[in-house]
Design a protein around this ligand. Structure first.
Ligand SMILES: Cc1ncc(C[n+]2csc(CCOP(=O)(O)OP(=O)(O)O)c2C)c(N)n1
Length: 325
């Protein structure tokens, strides 16, 4: 969780230095969700989610360099510098993104559940989405198919209380999202408590394998604005944000637990945190040294090899683009 937090703060800084451009959605405050979930499942289980994907990517075994290079548009990025912040993937660890269009990945998550069932591999699809996305029609289509076929899908709502600048209360008739599955059971989870997330995820995985879909509503909070261009303080008060930090911060909760039970002393934790800080800083520098993708990548991953598309070279003022072999 400390690595996740550091990555988000480093990305914020790089954006302000104008080194990262375009979209950037940060998830600091929400770290307990990926941390707790990954503690209960394996990389053979699948995860798919929307654009707020950096912390999930780290949970899936992605490196800081892969994220930072992607955000900087460099070739060593998770998507070879072609996708940016919203499009992190890790196919080998069953992380299917990183999807920018709100809600569209939810039926895909049900489809991934169908793949797990079809292959009889004993694994499940964790399909993550926000409280804003939870009101979309396609969610209910995905619920219907998943329940009809008893698909092993854990519909996991990261309720961070806001969809852009709109609070869940202003956008949803019923804000108890875990109750909105009708024929699908749901569980409310303290999404700021990594251990609660772990227990709930372990339970949900077993349930999904034995009985079909289940909903987990993770009650969480994002500290940053919706995206980097949103100061995040016009639709909520700074006192509210500070109040959550003081009372529910996921990292501080674990720190208190470790200290109160003498699992670690504060010196050890400080040392660990400064090691992580140095590691993140080092990987940021490595990412900066990564070159931009070659121009031929404009085409390389668009058409399947041998598909026979004829492409016309275009002069972009930076020399002629090489056609893919
Ligand atoms: C189909 C579609 N409509 C609108 C948008 C613009 N948009 C981007 S994020 C967002 C809010 C989504 O909120 P939520 O699902 O709660 O996720 P969170 O940002 O809180 O993680 C909207 C409306 C979009 N990307 N796609």
């Amino acid at each position: 969780m400390v690595t996740m937090r550091r990555v988000e703060l480093a990305a914020d800084l790089l954006y302000k230095q104008k080194l990262i451009r375009g979209f950037l959605h940060l998830a600091d405050g929400q770290e307990a969700v990926p941390a707790g979930m990954e503690a209960a499942i394996s990389f053979k289980d699948s995860i798919i989610q929307s654009y707020r994907d950096h912390t999930t990517f780290i949970g899936r075994g992605g490196t800081v360099k892969e994220i930072m290079a992607e955000l900087l548009g460099r070739v060593d990025g998770a998507s070879k510098g072609l996708g940016g912040s919203m499009h992190l993937y890790k196919k080998e660890n069953n992380f299917y993104g990183g999807i920018g269009i709100v809600g569209t990945h939810i039926p895909l998550g049900a489809g991934i559940g169908l793949a797990h069932m079809y292959r009889k591999d004993g694994h499940v699809s964790f399909t993550l989405y926000g409280d804003g996305a939870a009101n979309q029609g396609q969610v209910y289509e995905a619920y219907n198919m998943a329940a009809l076929w008893d698909l092993p899908v854990v519909f996991t709502i990261e309720n961070n209380q806001f969809g852009m600048g709109t609070s869940a209360r202003r956008a949803s008739k019923i804000t108890e999202f875990y109750t909105r599955g009708d024929y699908i059971p749901g569980v409310w989870v303290d999404g700021m408590d990594a251990l609660a997330v772990k227990s709930a995820s372990a339970f949900a995985k077993q349930h999904a394998l034995q009985h079909g879909p289940i909903i987990l509503e993770m009650d969480t909070y994002r500290y940053h604005g919706h995206s980097i261009s949103d100061p995040g303080s016009t639709y909520r008060t700074r006192d509210e944000i500070q109040g959550v930090r003081r009372a529910r911060d996921p990292i501080e909760q674990i720190r208190t637990l470790l200290l109160e039970n003498s699992f670690a002393d504060s010196g050890e934790l400080k040392k660990l945190e400064s090691q992580i800080k140095a590691q993140v800083a080092e990987e940021v520098e490595e990412a900066k040294r990564s070159p931009p993708p070659p121009l031929c990548y404009l085409w390389k991953f668009v058409y399947k090899k041998g598909w026979g598309a004829k492409l016309r070279p275009v002069e972009l003022g930076r020399g002629w683009i090489q056609l893919p072999p």
